[in-house]
Ligand binder design. Structure first.
Ligand SMILES: CC(C)(COP(=O)(O)OP(=O)(O)OC[C@H]1O[C@@H](n2cnc3c(N)ncnc32)[C@H](O)[C@@H]1OP(=O)(O)O)[C@@H](O)C(=O)NCCC(=O)NCCS
Length: 188
């Protein structure tokens, strides 16, 4: 009998995998995930991430573990999203982000699965508003819209065309305006 020969998979084999081939699990973040998520942020955003305005809010208040999620394929962490409690003026809201997906697993719905879970659970827990700084064409798919100029002010420089809001309850943003600040009642 001829010896069995190992055959290399076609070079596009990985990119042809879809999420239906890979079993994706979305879990609430735990304190054990912190190190792996930090490394993911480092790879994705680099050291420049600390100067972003959103990080100024994160300096004072911890993200909510029960509203922050990790995406797993088997034991491999492939994505993460966090949400932290803030206020816009006097109105409580959540700041979503960072949302990060391991580049080799991009474009397969991991980001969308993380977003859907975050917004669904936030709504179920009684939250009414979520804001973020990000690309409108991506986040508009899950209901985010540009914040009208001047309605909400970040604590540092930001491209205001990227400041987006999602109403988890219809009309929740209607009369809201003011400075975006940490929710001091949740400060460390
Ligand atoms: C942005 C990011 C989270 C998307 O995750 P993902 O798992 O690749 O996204 P999904 O698979 O859910 O969605 C893919 C779709 O979104 C589109 N998309 C991805 N990034 C986009 C962007 N910045 N603007 C517009 N569309 C975008 C893709 O073209 C694709 O479109 P299609 O469904 O029509 O093919 C991921 O690319 C990432 O981690 N990027 C680097 C970090 C970052 O920029 N995070 C967001 C700022 S906090």
């Amino acid at each position: 009998m001829a010896p069995r020969r190992w055959t290399a998979p076609p070079s596009d084999a990985i990119s042809r995998l879809t999420m239906s081939d890979l079993s994706l699990t979305i879990l609430a973040e735990t304190s054990n995930d912190a190190h792996a998520i930090e490394r993911l942020h480092e790879r994705t955003f680099g050291p420049g991430r600390f100067v972003l305005s959103a990080y100024r809010l994160r300096e004072h208040v911890d993200h909510l573990l029960d509203l922050s999620f990790t995406a797993w394929i088997g034991t491999l962490l492939v994505g993460s999203v966090r949400q932290l409690p803030i206020c816009i003026g006097d109105t409580p809201a959540l700041l979503l982000g960072p949302l990060t997906v391991e580049p080799p697993f991009g474009g397969r719905g991991v980001g969308r699965a993380l977003l859907d879970r975050s917004l669904r659970d936030a709504k179920a827990k009684g939250h009414r508003l979520v804001i973020l700084v990000g690309d409108a064409p991506y986040y508009s798919r899950v209901g985010f819209k540009a914040v009208p100029k001047g309605r909400a002010i970040m604590p540092g420089p930001v491209d205001y065309s990227r400041l987006l809001v999602a109403e988890l309850v219809e009309g929740a943003f209607t009369d809201v305006s003011g400075d975006i600040r940490p929710d001091w009642s949740k400060a460390r």
